[in-house]
Design a protein around this ligand. Structure first.
Ligand code: ZN
Length: 337
């Protein structure tokens, strides 16, 4: 227990609390910037079991902010979940780390061998966040939203009993309303700030403490940090809380992914949508190359992949074979999945 001696001295932890953390299980969805920061914090704190899920591989552009990865991981294009788990075991061999190279979809969540006590959002897309919201609501598990773009971040606890993400926004935001790290960039301290809030709240939940209520927001460039108040009870018209409609658990499975030939993948839109291709082209100006807008489609190149995007959200990705990788690139660059 010497390892945790400084943490045990913290009011609210103590030896009983440390034992409680050792018996706890956290699910971290996504092993990118958010997920690697929060996983490291929880493993160092002695949370006994960690389940990681991520479908992507480590790239050189990740090393600036994804704290667990090394140059060797990028050079070897290691799956993020596997590389993260290996480094986490080097940090704390007492923690059981389960690594899953997979899409976090409903089948994955239903297939979990043991039920997590808390779920940490480390995703980059709202489709997965709404799935986590609805699944956690159904299972009675608290989850902690987190997101960061540019120099700004936000995080919020969605307790097992109480308001959920749909209370605030009944449906996922429309494409174009949210920036992405690909187009707006991301400063590592913004990740550190939101995951500091997120992991502190995770530890509090695991220790049986009442979580902070409200939306934590920060802009690390301007130096502003605040918790904005939110309603403490569920919205009367929330489809999930008031009517029990957990749309993400009944909706058809995620978008269809079709292999086209040797080196191309087609991805259908996750739901009915119309994309503003002009707006998308403008946001991509500084981040992508070979941008070409025709009356019917938009073409661009990024991450060694060539994209052809149609107004209904369908996209062809050339230069990629693995469907999981294609979906990761689709969500990363088109950002409305
Ligand atoms: Zn709700």
């Amino acid at each position: 227990m010497d390892r945790y001696s400084r943490q045990i001295r913290v009011v609210g932890v103590g030896e009983p609390g440390q034992t409680r953390l050792r018996q706890a299980h956290a699910l971290i969805v996504g092993c990118g910037a958010l997920g690697t920061h929060s996983a490291e914090a929880l493993v160092r704190a002695g949370v006994g079991t960690l389940t990681l899920v991520d479908r992507d591989i480590v790239e050189w552009s990740n090393l600036q902010r994804q704290v667990l990865f090394t140059e060797a991981d990028a050079a070897g294009a290691s799956p993020k979940a596997i590389a993260a788990a290996e480094h986490l075991r080097e940090i704390n061999r007492d923690v059981v780390v389960a690594a899953n190279v997979a899409d976090c979809n409903l089948a994955f969540l239903r297939g979990l061998a043991t039920r997590p006590d808390v779920v940490l959002d480390g995703t980059d897309n709202f489709a997965t966040r709404y799935l986590l919201n609805d699944w956690c609501k159904q299972q009675g598990i608290p989850w902690i939203y987190a997101g960061a773009v540019g120099t700004e971040g936000a995080a919020m606890v969605l307790p097992a009993a109480g308001p959920c993400l749909r209370c605030l926004w009944p449906e996922p935001p429309a494409q174009g309303d949210v920036g992405s790290c690909e187009t707006a960039g991301i400063l590592s301290p913004a990740i550190a700030a939101v995951t500091a809030f997120q992991t502190a709240e995770a530890l509090k939940l695991l220790l049986g403490e009442a979580p902070t209520r409200g939306v934590f927001t920060c802009d690390v460039w301007r130096g502003t940090y605040q918790v904005l108040p939110v309603a403490l009870t569920s919205a009367e018209d929330c489809p999930a809380c008031a009517r029990g409609e957990l749309a993400a658990l009944t909706a058809p499975p995620a978008q269809a992914v079709t292999l086209c030939g040797r080196d191309a993948v087609q991805i259908d839109a996750p739901r009915e949508l119309r994309i503003d291709l002009d707006g998308l082209a403008e946001r991509l100006t500084s981040a992508a190359t070979a941008i070409e807008r025709t009356p019917h489609l938009l073409r661009f190149a990024a991450d060694a992949c060539r994209f052809t995007v149609f107004p209904d959200g369908r996209a062809l990705l050339f230069g990629v074979r693995d469907p999981l990788r294609a979906k990761a690139l689709y969500d990363r660059w088109l950002g409305f999945a």
